[in-house]
Design a binder for this molecule. Structure first.
Ligand SMILES: NC(=O)c1ccc[n+]([C@@H]2O[C@H](COP(=O)([O-])OP(=O)(O)OC[C@H]3O[C@@H](n4cnc5c(N)ncnc54)[C@H](O)[C@@H]3O)[C@@H](O)[C@H]2O)c1
Length: 337
């Protein structure tokens, strides 16, 4: 049995707390807000997880020291925009070599750093790992079969994280490619916005398949330029997570996209979804990265144009459809030129 502190009492942190408790571990969840902690403690329900009960043995606290003290693992589960400030808050109580698994997905807009890079910068004494994959909290909390990947610099560490999370309904693979895992996890949110916009415009399955396939091509091009591995983008944290995010109504990015496709502005859509729509932040970062690494990302460009430049969703689609003609894969060789 391990002792685990979950830093962040959002939908995902709570679902993972329930999973880890079910695996026999001792779990304490930290919330940034007294009112939220109190509501979770008194109702034992999370507003986004329906009737799934939070076992009474799971501690819920706003005392960061208590959530971090004597823990074998800290799971960082705050939305990506709060990852750096939360890591900073954790510093006073961090023990040397503390194992941290980041489960949020995003790229920092100003620095273009992945979340594990931000955490490593703020907490150089920690051993930072990631857990990612096609895993909606709503389904994990109900015990529906799910797969994820634990990424770490060291094999032994990845295998330890795997051993803590793995269960009959939650299968965990290991990987040394943290960069690939994190780039895939952050950028799929941007493509999910595009998939939602297409749904909102009333387009069909052909369009969705096109966005998923060309979307992973963009993510792979950029991710490899950033040091990620091709195999990762073809795996659970790449195409796997992209498929689930573009297809599922659990995806807040897709839901926000649908509203934008139906004519709402980005701000109106974010208000309506009532959760942090990370794709909106990652869209800007993805565009900046595509420029930095000189990688073509037409879908990312058009999502940015719709979100920030008042281009209509329909105009953006036409722009994508009428780009210069090209081969599907420029790496393939013709028998005859
Ligand atoms: N929900 C999922 O199914 C799921 C699955 C995999 C990964 N993730 C990732 O996990 C991360 C968290 O997602 P979520 O679904 O739990 O989000 P959420 O919208 O449910 O989380 C909101 C929570 O963020 C916390 N918060 C708000 N302001 C804060 C602050 N200033 N400092 C610290 N915490 C603050 C609050 O506790 C709030 O409840 C995201 O990066 C998301 O992409 C989510």
């Amino acid at each position: 049995m391990a002792s685990v502190g979950i830093i962040g009492s959002g939908t995902w942190g709570t679902a993972l707390g329930i999973l880890l408790y079910g695996n026999g571990h001792q779990v304490e969840i930290w919330s940034a807000f007294d009112s939220e902690a109190e509501a979770l403690r008194s109702t034992r329900l999370h507003p986004n997880l329906g009737e799934v009960k939070i076992p009474k043995e799971i501690g819920i606290t706003t005392d960061l020291k208590s959530a971090m003290e004597e823990k074998d693992l800290l799971v960082l589960a705050v939305p990506s925009v709060f990852a750096r400030e939360t890591a900073r808050k954790m510093k006073p109580w961090l023990k040397k070599g503390q194992l941290i698994t980041n489960v949020a997905k995003g790229i920092e807009e100003d620095t273009l750093m992945t979340l594990s890079q931000q955490i490593e910068e703020e907490l150089p004494e920690a051993e930072v790992t990631v857990l990612s994959g096609p895993s909606h909290a709503e389904e994990v909390s109900r015990g529906l079969p799910t797969t994820c990947v634990a990424g770490a610099h060291k094999k032994e560490t990845a295998e330890y994280v795997q051993s803590l999370f793995m269960s009959q309904v939650f299968r965990v693979y290991t990987s040394p490619d943290m960069q690939g895992i994190e780039v895939g996890g952050a950028l799929k949110n941007v493509i999910a916005l595009a998939a939602g916009i297409a749904d909102g415009l009333g387009f069909g399955d052909n369009t969705k398949a096109a966005l998923i396939t060309r979307g992973i091509a963009e993510i792979t091009r950029l991710g490899m330029a950033m040091g990620g591995k091709m195999e990762t983008f073809a795996g659970l944290t790449g195409i796997g997570d992209l498929i689930v995010t573009c297809a599922s109504m659990h995806s807040r990015n897709r839901r926000a996209g649908i509203l934008i496709g139906q004519g709402l502005s980005m701000e109106e859509a974010m208000k309506e979804v009532k959760m942090v729509v990370e794709g909106v932040y990652s869209a800007k970062a993805a565009l900046a990265l595509s420029k930095k690494y000189n990688v073509s990302m037409p879908i990312v460009e058009q999502v940015n144009a719709v979100l920030f430049d008042s281009v209509s969703a329909r105009e953006a689609v036409t722009e994508l459809m009428l780009r210069d003609r090209r081969a599907e894969n420029s790496g393939l060789v013709w028998e005859q030129e």
